[in-house]
Design a protein around this ligand. Structure first.
Ligand SMILES: *[C@@H]1O[C@H](CO)[C@@H](O)[C@H](O)[C@H]1NC(C)=O
Length: 388
């Protein structure tokens, strides 16, 4: 079931002039910090927000702890497959804004993980389209900070596997898995964002509009799929029998993954409607998923499986992207986003952190830390640093 206006859309798309001028990241004053190692900073007064210097210090301390879980033989953290793609993305994001602080680690991690992670799944391909697309986004983010084409080549190569499968479900869009058990929001959002980002970085390669057409196709499908419900939040997936919204969980990551892709579609088209939708979903999610203190929660804060422990960071990272890179953002919405990131980062450091280990529930208390809980919380902390 493809959107009926797809053909009209595609013919418009092929004549579209793409802009490959990416809005520059917000410039930041140069920072000179020494590594703080194991130093622990606590913000005792949560009525005031921590400073940029403190957020960077929290990030460095958390990343140093996280690197004790890195295995240079596999290029993964705690042998976790797609979560490691999100760790790479988080590190590349930190590197983009604080290169002097990040380089000591990222110079090694990018090259090592790139070289050896394929020992686990050659070509970064496995049985799950979402897993594959997380790696697409990771290597795009690494390309953005290194300008090394080999990372973008890899992202484009991984993307082909999903592109070849798009549209094959009874409801259109992309299956979650190659066993065809689910049609989820996650892989369809990842596809949209991956295509939009590839379109902006390779507008004419391998041919004009090659990725842009995919991004528009994915957008049209997504907004007509029913996955965005009347509260402007996104449920887990579609009922395969009816192709209707399954009414299942509103996971935090599903409110985040598509935001940067929508913002980038506004870069390439000049049409604000995509970025407007990103703001609508972001604000609705904050209303739906934060507690009275403004701290982000997720249905899986009560425990689902280890991979779900990473969900909230994906949303935090997306909010930071909107603050730093969105071209449609009014002052009030920007202030809401910035405050969200700072309040959550402050709460994590005060209540969800022991000895630089970061737990699952951002309002605390800290339970067992894992690579998923650590990198997810670091997304909020890095986000706060990047918008301070
Ligand atoms: C969040 O959204 C879901 C799905 O629309 C809804 O059922 C739920 O009541 C909302 N929760 C809050 C706190 O707004």
């Amino acid at each position: 079931m493809l959107p009926s206006n797809l053909f009209a859309l595609l013919s418009v798309a092929t004549t579209f002039t793409l802009s490959n001028a990416l809005p520059a990241p917000q410039s930041l004053p140069e920072l000179h910090y020494a590594q703080i190692g194991e130093r622990r900073l606590n913000n005792e007064h949560l009525s005031t927000r921590a400073t940029k210097t403190e957020y960077v210090a929290y990030a460095v301390a958390g990343i140093n702890q996280m690197m004790t879980w890195y295995d240079a033989a596999t290029g993964l953290w705690q042998e976790a497959w797609w979560p490691s793609a999100n760790v790479v993305t988080m590190l590349a994001n930190f590197h983009q804004y604080f290169p002097d602080m990040a380089k000591g680690i990222t110079d090694q991690v990018f090259t090592t993980t790139f070289a050896v992670a394929e020992k686990t799944f050659p070509g970064f391909l496995n049985g799950f389209y979402d897993d594959e697309l997380w790696w697409v986004l990771a290597w795009i983010q690494v390309y953005d900070v290194t300008n090394d084409e080999k990372y973008l080549d890899k992202a484009a190569a991984i993307f082909e596997d999903s592109k070849n499968a798009w549209g094959a479900t009874p409801c259109g869009g992309l299956w979650w898995d190659k066993a065809h058990t689910q049609i989820g929001a996650v892989e369809n959002e990842l596809y949209l964002s991956a295509a939009a980002k590839l379109a902006n970085r390779r507008p004419n390669t391998p041919s004009g509009g090659y990725y842009f057409n995919e991004a528009l196709k994915a957008y049209e499908w997504f907004i007509s799929s029913g996955l965005i419900n009347s509260d402007n939040v996104i449920n887990n997936g579609l009922n395969i029998a009816t192709c209707q919204n399954d009414g299942s969980y509103v996971f935090s990551y599903n409110q985040g993954i598509l935001l940067s892709g929508l913002a980038e579609l506004t870069w390439s088209t000049g049409d604000s409607k995509y970025n407007d939708l990103a703001n609508t979903i972001a604000l609705a999610a904050m209303k739906n998923l934060t507690n009275a203190a403004g701290i982000l929660t997720d249905p899986c804060d009560r425990g689902c499986n280890s991979d779900t422990e990473q969900f909230k960071g994906v949303f935090g990272r997306a909010i930071q992207f909107l603050v730093n890179r969105a071209t449609v953002l009014d002052d009030a919405t920007r202030a809401t986003y910035v405050n969200f990131l700072k309040v959550n980062a402050d709460s994590i450091w005060a209540y969800d952190q022991v000895d630089n280990q970061l737990g699952l529930v951002w309002s605390g208390p800290k339970g067992t830390a894992s690579i998923q809980t650590q990198s997810s919380a670091l997304d909020a902390i890095v986000g706060a640093a990047c918008v301070s």
